[in-house]
Ligand binder design. Structure first.
Ligand SMILES: CC(=O)N[C@H]1[C@@H](OP(=O)(O)OP(=O)(O)OC[C@H]2O[C@@H](n3ccc(=O)[nH]c3=O)[C@H](O)[C@@H]2O)O[C@H](CO)[C@@H](O)[C@@H]1O
Ligand SMILES: C=C(OP(=O)(O)O)C(=O)O
Length: 420
């Protein structure tokens, strides 16, 4: 397995290109199943999760081709419903997102339950309730979700989500596009990636109002048609590089990044002593003054994103003073804490709150990546640790960061990937 070797101490300077959002592209690949005509997505990032999702689609007979200019063309004209097996779904939870489109278009789906993962139990009850509300018969048998639509067509309904789950909102949204009549999704997730999915579905002919608010209304149509849609930039990738600039006391321009998608993150960074301003090409991040300790609480969008908690913890680990990081989205998302401690961080965990006391200097060590964001949190810590930090199991990083090592090297980091 590849590992990353980082020598800390270099300030990052220059510009970084922020690519299309992982959490936007994955549901939109699944959305291609809703139509017998092709869907072309542009600004598609080069990530192993994209490859995995395309492989999932091929299980259903969807043909996929990469065209010049980061375009992914998906054609579900010959698609059929088939099993989404445990082997696939367990490795990438987002493959669950095929459930809604399969039931909506083919009237039947059999998708493995994903199981828990390194960041929490992650149940899928809200996805299942949403489909049941739309009239599907949903059962769980032998570890598989089996959903069928009597009469082959879902029926519009009022879906009240007990919490604003991103995935359940996306399942409901996609399924409702082909349902008979009107669907109201109450307490919907408001994330930019949900809005981007709604835009993609609208380009395919869906009728959706209120995306980005708590109440989304979908008027079902008989068919969706061919479309082309450009994905939004990845606000989590942008936030990660913003923290890289902050932790090293550097200056980075984040090309394509949008401040309006990361207002809470921007506010927390400004409180920590980081300057942020929009440019013609994206966002400028600059840190010249000493860091200041900031408390954060992760929350559904527009709150502070859980997907940036590990990175912010790495920042606070080298910030003078004490900070408190409370995780309210994924109860188990603290696997990076013992690994940061190996680098000399002073962090204690009480339930779902991490108490961080900044240390003057982290020191390089061997550490283990456990999940995508925990891994990148370790990379950020490695950028300022004295000596050499070796990060094992970096395949997690390739799930969600395109060319992380190359982008960091371009800005002056001393980092190399060593093949096993
Ligand atoms: C591919 C993708 O877009 N992944 C993102 C998506 O994950 P994902 O869509 O899985 O996250 P959710 O918003 O659904 O999960 C939020 C919370 O709701 C709980 N829950 C969710 C569904 C359900 O049926 N029952 C239930 O209890 C989860 O366990 C979690 O505690 O949003 C998360 C929260 O912003 C991000 O961290 C992930 O990067
Ligand atoms: C948790 C994440 O992704 P996923 O939902 O795909 O596991 C993430 O992107 O940090």
């Amino acid at each position: 397995m590849d590992r990353l070797v980082i020598r800390g101490g270099n300030k990052l300077e220059g510009s970084v290109e922020v690519h299309g959002a992982k959490n936007a592209v994955l549901p939109q690949i699944a959305a291609a199943l809703l139509s017998s005509e092709p869907l072309e997505l542009s600004n598609v990032p080069d990530l192993s999760d994209v490859t995995s999702m395309v492989n999932v689609m091929q299980e259903f007979g969807v043909s996929a081709s990469h065209l010049p200019g980061r375009v992914l063309r998906l054609d579900a004209g010959q698609a059929r419903s088939a099993d989404a097996p445990y082997e696939i779904v367990r490795r990438m939870r987002a493959s669950m997102l095929v459930l809604g489109p399969l039931v909506a278009r083919f009237g039947a789906a059999r998708v493995s339950l994903p199981g828990g993962c390194a960041i929490g139990a992650r149940p899928v009850d809200l996805h299942l309730k949403a489909l049941a509300a739309l009239g599907a018969d949903v059962d769980v048998e032998g570890g598989y979700i089996i959903a069928k639509t009597p009469g082959h067509r879902l029926q519009g309904a009022r879906i009240v989500l007990s919490s604003p789950s991103v995935g359940a909102t996306e399942t409901a949204l996609m399924a409702a596009t082909l349902a008979r009549g009107e669907t109201e999704i109450i307490n919907a997730a408001r994330d930019p990636e949900v809005c981007d999915l709604a835009l993609c579905l609208t380009a395919m002919g869906a009728r959706i109002e209120g995306a980005g608010t708590h109440r989304v209304v979908v008027s079902g149509v008989d068919n969706l048609h061919r479309a082309r849609h450009e994905l939004i930039a990845d606000r989590i990738e942008a936030g990660t590089y913003a923290i890289a600039a902050a932790i090293t006391g550097g200056h980075l321009e984040l090309l394509n990044a949008h401040l309006e998608h990361m207002a809470t993150v921007g506010a927390a960074l400004e409180q920590a002593g980081v300057q942020i301003w929009p440019t013609d090409r994206g966002l400028m991040i600059s840190r010249d003054e000493p860091l200041r300790a900031v408390d954060i609480v992760t929350e559904p969008y527009p709150g502070f994103p859980t997907d940036l908690q590990a990175q912010f913890m790495a920042l606070m680990a080298v910030t003078p003073g004490a900070s408190m990081l409370r995780e309210t989205v994924f109860e188990g998302r603290f696997m990076h804490v013992p690994e940061l401690a190996r680098l000399g961080a002073n962090i204690s965990l009480q339930g779902t709150t991490a108490f961080v006391r900044g240390v003057e200097q982290l020191r390089g060590a061997e550490v283990m990546a456990t999940d995508l964001r925990a891994s990148v949190g370790l990379v950020l810590a490695g950028l300022v640790a004295e000596g050499e930090t070796v990060i094992h199991r970096i395949y997690h990083l390739d799930r969600g960061y395109e060319a992380l090592d190359r982008k960091l090297i371009q800005c002056g980091a001393d980092i190399r990937r060593v093949a096993a």
